[in-house]
Write a protein that binds this ligand. Structure first.
Ligand SMILES: [Mg+2]
Length: 377
């Protein structure tokens, strides 16, 4: 029986601030969840909410509040009602009446899966059905002030062996910049991500990007701009990739019916956990869409879980989840996630993360903790 939940609020400096259409991310704020059962077996996971509510409506502050006041109490009551017989496949029962807050729900759901892997001594990757022991990795490059700086970053990523380059774009930093990279690297697998920063009136500019044979154009319009996304996709050869737009299998259906995109960027954090990611992946595979796993600048805990998701059958393109040293001087895993060979990372085959979390590092980066005994709910 799980007895305790501890939340750690962390702040890790990023080596290089990442600029997207949403603004700059200078430090990684994360919430780590640790579940502990009566035998001392642990489950770990990361809430991927960003410091500002700019990606979805969730942010670190709201996630902390929702976890403390609403989700952990529900999980505790559910666990207590079950006794010893806890199956993570059914954990959504405990959050049935909760609307939204997918990143906060995901943190608990994934911690429960992580605990279950440790409890049953099975690799989490195997429990979830991962099909590969290593995955290909692409590099995401933030918006740079100058094309020279951008080219330098692309050169470095190509040199390091990344299998795809994804450029963040926003109005004013798009076509010329893409052209400069394409001219230098005519055959490089390349994609762009606008984080919803364009409007329907920008359609001609986005149509012109067909000339650069991109793997996809990610989230050109805001998440709920379905009809404009569909109209744009109909006028493009390049597939549109949906990230912020897709929160459940329902939006996959919507995307297919409307023809609003052909590729999905799936993140267990955004979707509400592994169970919901598997559901969305099934729906998108059946619909003939291509899927892959994006990143949220995760610490090692979220990174390890994301790599497992990236190894599921049906994930087609390289993941954005690169080696930890691309982002952090120091991470929270004993052995940081790194390349197995240039451009690929070994999928963690661990029975949960608890033996791999560096407790001293967690303490060092920790700015707040909260501990709850399940007996109190
Ligand atoms: Mg994106």
């Amino acid at each position: 029986m799980i007895r305790t939940c501890i939340l750690y609020r962390l702040s890790l400096p990023l080596k290089i601030p990442m600029r997207t259409a949403h603004g700059d991310v200078r430090e990684k704020q994360a919430i780590l969840v640790q579940l502990v059962d009566c035998d001392g077996i642990e489950g770990w996971a990361e809430c991927v909410a960003l410091p500002e509510p700019t990606y979805t409506e969730e942010c670190t502050d709201t996630a902390w509040t929702v976890l403390v006041h609403h989700l952990v109490p529900r999980l505790a009551r559910w666990v207590r009602s079950l006794g010893r017989d806890i199956d993570p496949q059914h954990v959504y029962e405990s959050f049935r009446d909760v609307r939204g807050n997918a990143m906060s729900v995901a943190a608990l759901e994934m911690a429960l899966w992580d605990w279950y892997a440790a409890r049953t001594n099975q690799p989490l990757a195997k429990l979830l059905g991962a099909a590969r022991d290593r995955v290909e990795v692409g590099a995401t490059i933030g918006i740079m002030d100058s094309d020279d700086a951008l080219i330098q970053s692309v050169d470095a990523a190509v040199e390091q062996g990344f299998r795809r380059i994804k450029l963040k774009i926003a109005p004013g930093r798009d076509r010329d910049m893409i052209e400069a990279v394409r001219r230098r690297y005519p055959d490089l697998p390349m994609a762009v991500d606008a984080n919803g920063s364009y409007a329907q009136t920008d359609a001609p500019l986005l149509q012109a990007l067909d000339a650069y044979h991109l793997q996809f154009i990610e989230q050109p319009f805001p998440d709920d701009d379905w009809f404009d996304l569909a109209e744009l996709q109909a006028s493009l050869q390049t597939p549109l990739c949906l990230d912020e737009s897709v929160r459940s299998a329902r939006e996959v259906k919507l995307a297919v019916r409307l023809g609003a995109g052909r590729v999905l960027n799936l993140k267990a954090g955004r979707l509400g956990g592994f169970g919901r990611l598997l559901r969305v992946l099934r729906a998108s595979t059946l619909a003939g869409m291509s899927a892959w796993v994006g990143g949220m600048y995760e610490t090692g805990v979220g990174r390890a879980h994301g790599l497992i998701a990236a190894a599921l059958p049906g994930m087609r393109y390289p993941t954005d989840l690169g080696p930890a040293d691309r982002y952090f001087e120091e991470d929270v895993l004993r052995e940081p996630i790194s390349f197995a060979e240039p451009g690929t990372i070994r999928v963690p085959d661990w029975a949960g993360l608890s033996d791999h979390v560096d407790r001293d590092a967690v303490e060092r980066f920790c700015t707040a903790t909260w501990k709850a005994s399940f007996a109190d709910f």
